[in-house]
Each structure stands twice: as C-alpha cells, then as structure tokens.
Design a protein around this ligand. Structure first.
Ligand code: ZN
Length: 318
C-alpha cells in the first residue's frame, strides 16, 4: 500500500509515492501549465501519477489515497479552492475533480500547512506534537500543528502568519493590507530593502543586478557585509516579533523555518532566535527550539501523503 503526495505549484507539479511509514519511494515533476486551465493541470497530475506507479511496478489500485497541497486558500472540508492566484483558480472544486480523475479519495490543503505536516512526520519536526512552521519565500506561508493535527480555523485560512499586521501604515501588501509580515520579512522584502539602501547611496560589496536575490544577500551577510547584515537583521527582527506573538497565542513546542532563506542557516536563524527571545522576554519559560526545515521541496510531497493517510484513517474510524 502506498500514498500519492502532490505539491501543486504555480510553475511545477511535484508528486511522489510514499509508503505508510513516510518513506518517499519515487518522485517526479512536470510543468504546471496553469494557463491551459484546471482540466489540463489535472490531466498532467493523473499522467504523472500513472508514470510514477508504473515505474514502481504498481497499478493505480495499489495507491490508496492522494493528498495535494496548493498555493492558495482552501475550504478543506469541501475540498474547495477559494482562491489560488498563481493557478488562476477561484472557487474550484479540486477534491471532487481530482478524485474523479484519479479514482482515489483525495485530501486538499494549503501548501504551507502541508509542508508543516511533512516536516512533523519526516523532517525537523519529528518528535514534536505541536509546532509552527514558517516558510520564507516570495511571500511568507505558515502552518500550525497542535496535538498532531493541522489547525486552520473555521474558514481554513487560520495560521496565515504572512499577513499578520506588524506596522500600522506599513508597506503595501498585495493582499490589500498594509504592514503585513511578508512586506517586511519575505525574500522579496529583503531584496527590495537592500535595493532601497543601495539607491540611497549606501555601500555594499554586493552589487545590484537582475539576479540579486535573498540568497545573495544572506551569503554576503554571512561573509560580514554590513549592509546585507542590516537587511537580514531587519527581516529577522519582524520574524522574531511575529513568532513571539504566535508563541504567546498558541504555545507550540518548536518552530521550524523553511524556504530558501532558511537553508542559509545560522546567518538568519541566529537573529530570529535573538529577536524571538527578546520579544518573549519573561514569557520564555523554557528554551523554544527554532530549527531549519530538513525536507526541502520534498516536504510538500511527504506532507500531502500524510494528509491522504489521515483521510483514510478518518474514514476507517466511521
Ligand atoms: Zn498582506
């Protein structure tokens, strides 16, 4: 018996077969081709799943369920994608459509929630029952797990840390709000701030260019560049403060930082820990682990497979 985990992104569909112990048996990827419409995307998912199964000498009947993480807001109970701008989807009944296409039970959730589940099952979150995972990328995604289960609130978009408000009248966010965490601390925000400093005449060993990204800024900061360090420190200060607020609300056992910038390691993790501790102050009763995610871009596949497993277990209990 195995499970199909699908990580549906705006540009790439990643999928894999995972056994019930959480071991990734095989994985593959194809372009999403979102502009061709939802039907074409689902067709590519089904073809990829069939190819993966055949490669393992399995029939589709050997796959017992599928889970899928998508970049958008999901009404999980109905398997309905409310809004996924990267896929051009609005109010799309993904679970029903994909279940019909794969002939499998399907569980759907937001990709950041799914990644948190994957890290808890097989990654940096192993051994913890309650954790908060924050993924830093173009935006900031987050997933909250309490007592082993994803918590998403009544409307399915709870634990949306990227849009908690940090600065009144702060930078404009694409969500329509101002001063959201992701306008201050995402990879995009780091690059924007660095460019603003350069444009204002501040000097750095790192030069601007079309390929300038958070990775280059973090590398320069690790090498001691003062301006890059200041930019990383600014982002980390808001991440630390936002995490402290979340910790005071929900009290997780551990925090996991994912996304490209987290792979830079201590250059960003250390200041996040510093500002988290500073913001918690006397409320830091015992040390709270702040760990880098371990699964990289396999977290979405493994977490989605776990979502499928939970769906099957839930069904059996009725
Ligand atoms: Zn926002």
């Amino acid at each position: 018996m195995c499970l199909l985990g699908i990580d549906l992104g705006g540009t790439t569909i990643k999928a894999g077969l995972v056994d019930i112990k959480g071991r990734l048996l095989v994985k593959g990827q194809v372009p999403t081709g979102a502009a061709e419409g939802a039907g074409a995307v689902l067709e590519r998912i089904a073809t990829l799943a069939g190819d993966l199964a055949r490669g393992q000498g399995l029939a589709m009947q050997d796959i017992k369920g599928a889970g899928i993480g998508i970049p958008g807001s999901v009404e999980v109970e109905k398997g309905l994608v409310h809004l996924a701008p990267n896929l051009f989807w609005r109010d799309y009944p993904l679970r029903a459509e994909l279940a019909a296409r794969l002939n499998l039970p399907v569980a759907v959730d937001n990709d950041a929630h799914v990644a948190a589940l994957g890290e808890m099952w097989q990654g940096a979150g192993q051994g913890f029952n309650s954790l908060l995972m924050v993924t830093i990328g173009t935006g900031i995604g987050s997933g909250l797990i309490i007592d082993g289960h994803i918590r998403r609130g009544v409307f399915g978009y709870g634990a949306e840390m990227g849009h908690v408000k940090m600065v009144r009248e702060g930078p404009q966010c694409h969500c329509g709000g101002r001063g959201c965490l992701e306008t201050l601390a995402s990879a995009t925000a780091m690059v924007r701030r660095f460019r603003e400093y350069l444009a204002a005449g501040q000097s750095s060993r790192l030069q601007d260019g079309p390929d300038l990204g958070a990775r280059e800024i973090l590398t320069a900061a690790a090498a001691g560049d003062e301006l890059a360090t200041r930019v990383v420190d600014f982002a980390a200060s808001y991440l630390g403060m936002a995490l402290a607020n979340a910790v005071l609300l929900v009290g997780p056992e551990a925090i996991i930082i994912g996304g490209g910038p987290a792979q830079a390691g201590e250059v960003i993790l250390a200041p996040i820990r510093k500002y988290l501790a500073e913001s918690l102050g006397a409320w830091q009763i015992k040390p709270l682990p702040v760990l880098a995610a371990r699964l990289g871009n396999e977290a979405g596949i493994i977490g989605a497979a776990r979502l499928a497993l939970e769906l099957l277990e839930h069904r059996e209990s009725f």
